[in-house]
Write a protein that binds this ligand. Structure first.
Ligand code: F3S
Length: 430
C-alpha cells in the first residue's frame, strides 16, 4: 500500500493510537483486496450499518468508547440503519421482554453514535438517500458505507462509488477520511461481467427480478437490458422506488453491489454497451424464469397454512410515494372487501423524516383509521429472535424473506392479505 505522507503519519500515531489502529485496519483490509493506494471519501455524509444496541456486542461498545476518548471521531456526519425497536409495532408482553433484554444497550449505543457524529438524533434508516433524510450522495462521490441495499442504490442509481464494506470498516473510512481503492471504486471494477436480457410479457415484480439476478450473478456486475421497456429512460420517483427494491433483492439474494440498466442508470446512459466486459455471460429472464425463481423459495413457517399474524411492508424503507400509494391501496381494498380495519396486523416502514411528513397528510389520517401502523423499525431486527422468528409473517421484501422465516408475497398478494385476510398463493409458491 502506498500511503501519502499524511496517511503514513496517521499510521505512525500522529493522532494517537486509536487513529493509528483505524488506519492500520484500513490498510490491511485494502491489501487483502489488492489495493495499492487510499482515496479520499468525498461524500458529504457517511452511513453506518450497526444501528442496534444488542447486549452481546460488548467489544463494539468498548471500541466506540476508545475511539471517542481518543478523539478519533467521524470526520463526516453520518446516518445509521433503522432502529431495532418501536413500541408501536405489535408484540405480545413476552416478545417485548425479549426485545428489552436483547437490545438493552440501545440507549447507551445511541449516545455513543451521537458523540461519534450522528447526523440527527432521528437519522435511522436504510434509505438515507431519500430527499427528506438529507444523505444523498452525488454522482462520482466516493463513499464508505456498508448497508447492502443503500450501497447498491448509491452505486447504481446515483452513480456514487462504494464497495460492499462490512460494519465498523465503513465507520473507520469515515473516521480516517479515506478508503482503500479497489473493486467498485475503480472503472475496471464497475465493468459489467454479466448481461441480463429481460424479455417478460408483464412488468417484472421488482423484488423477484432482483432476486433472480442476485441468485444468478452473485457478486458480479450485471448490465440489464430490456428493463427500460418497462421503466422508460427517466429516473422518476417511481422508477427509483422500483430500482431501490430490485437492487435490495439482488444485494441480499446474491451479493450485487452495482448494476447498470441500459438507457436508464447514469453510467449506462453515458457509456452504453462499452460497459460490458468482452467475455460477459448472458442470463435470460422471462416470466417463466421469474416463476421458477419464486417457486424455489422455501416455506419456513412451522405451519405452512397458518393465518398470518403480521405483515411487514417496506424493507428497504418505503419512499414518500410508496407510502402514499400503499395507504390509498389499503383503504380502497378494505372498502371493496367491506372492512374498516386491516385483517392482519400491518406495519409500513419508512425513514423517520419520511414518516413524519406522511403523518401530516390526509392519506395518513385515513390509513390510521384502519389500524395499520407506520413505523421506522427494521423488520429484520424485529424478527431475529426465537419468539418473533416463529411467527407467520408475510412481507413484500425479498431481503426480509432471505434473512428470516417471513414469507414473500408480491405487492398485490400482500394487499389482498391485509385487506381480506385471505392468502392467495399463486404461481409456483407453496
Ligand atoms: Fe432496511 Fe432493515 Fe430491511 S436495514 S433493507 S429495513 S433489513
Amino acid at each position: 500500500m502506498n500511503l501519502t505522507p499524511e496517511q503514513q503519519a496517521l499510521l505512525d500515531g500522529a493522532k494517537g493510537p486509536a487513529m493509528a489502529k483505524v488506519v492500520k485496519t484500513l490498510v490491511m483490509y485494502g491489501e487483502c483486496f489488492g489495493a495499492t493506494r487510499m482515496v479520499p471519501v468525498t461524500s458529504r455524509n457517511g452511513h453506518i450499518v450497526t444501528s442496534f444496541g444488542l447486549s452481546m456486542l460488548g467489544p463494539v461498545y468498548d471500541l466506540m468508547d476508545e475511539l471517542i476518548e481518543q478523539g478519533a471521531l467521524s470526520g463526516q456526519a453520518f446516518s445509521a440503519d433503522p432502529r431495532p425497536l418501536d413500541p408501536a409495532v405489535p408484540a405480545n408482553p413476552l416478545q417485548r421482554l425479549v426485545f428489552k433484554v436483547m437490545y438493552s444497550k440501545q440507549d447507551d449505543y445511541e449516545a455513543q453514535l451521537r458523540k461519534m457524529g450522528l447526523l440527527r438524533s432521528d437519522s435511522f434508516t436504510c434509505t438515507c438517500y431519500q430527499p427528506e433524510v438529507g444523505n444523498r450522495p452525488a454522482l462520482g462521490d466516493v463513499l464508505s458505507w456498508a448497508e447492502s441495499s443503500a450501497v447498491v442504490f448509491a452505486n447504481s442509481v446515483l452513480g456514487a462509488r462504494c464497495n460492499r464494506n462490512s460494519g465498523i470498516i465503513e465507520l473507520f473510512g469515515s473516521i480516517a477520511g479515506f478508503v482503500p481503492e479497489f473493486g467498485l471504486l475503480t472503472d475496471e471494477g464497475r465493468q459489467a461481467t454479466r448481461v441480463i436480457e429481460v424479455s417478460c410479457e408483464r412488468k417484472p415484480e421488482a423484488q423477484v427480478l432482483g432476486s433472480a439476478i442476485g441468485m444468478k450473478v452473485m457478486e458480479d456486475v450485471p448490465y440489464i437490458r430490456g428493463l427500460d421497456h418497462w421503466l422508460g429512460h427517466e429516473l422518476t420517483a417511481e422508477v427509483e422506488d422500483y430500482l431501490k427494491d430490485m437492487g435490495a433483492a439482488s444485494a441480499s439474494n446474491g451479493a450485487v453491489g452495482l448494476y447498470h440498466v441500459e438507457g436508464l442508470t447514469p453510467e449506462a446512459r453515458e457509456k452504453g454497451r462499452d460497459l460490458i466486459a468482452p467475455d460477459a455471460q448472458v442470463y435470460r429472464i422471462d416470466d417463466a424464469e421469474l416463476e421458477r425463481v419464486r417457486a424455489s423459495y422455501p416455506v419456513m413457517w412451522k405451519k405452512p397454512d397458518a393465518r398470518p399474524k403480521l405483515a411487514f411492508i417496506g424493507c428497504p424503507h418505503l419512499s414518500a410515494t410508496q407510502l402514499e400509494r400503499w395507504a390509498g391501496d389499503i383503504c380502497e381494498g378494505l372498502a371493496a372487501a367491506g372492512h374498516r380495519r386491516v385483517q392482519v396486523p400491518t406495519v409500513l416502514t419508512a425513514a423517520p423524516a419520511v414518516a413524519e411528513a406522511f403523518r401530516k397528510t390526509d392519506a395518513y389520517a385515513r390509513l390510521a383509521t384502519t389500524g395499520a401502523v407506520v413505523s421506522s423499525i427494521c423488520p429484520l431486527m424485529y424478527t431475529n429472535n426465537p419468539l418473533c422468528g416463529g411467527m407467520p409473517i408475510v412481507t413484500n421484501s425479498n431481503k426480509l424473506r432471505t434473512y428470516s422465516t417471513a414469507r414473500y408475497c408480491t405487492d398485490r398478494e400482500v394487499l389482498e392479505c391485509v385487506t381480506t385476510g385471505a392468502l392467495a398463493w399463486k404461481g409456483g409458491d407453496r
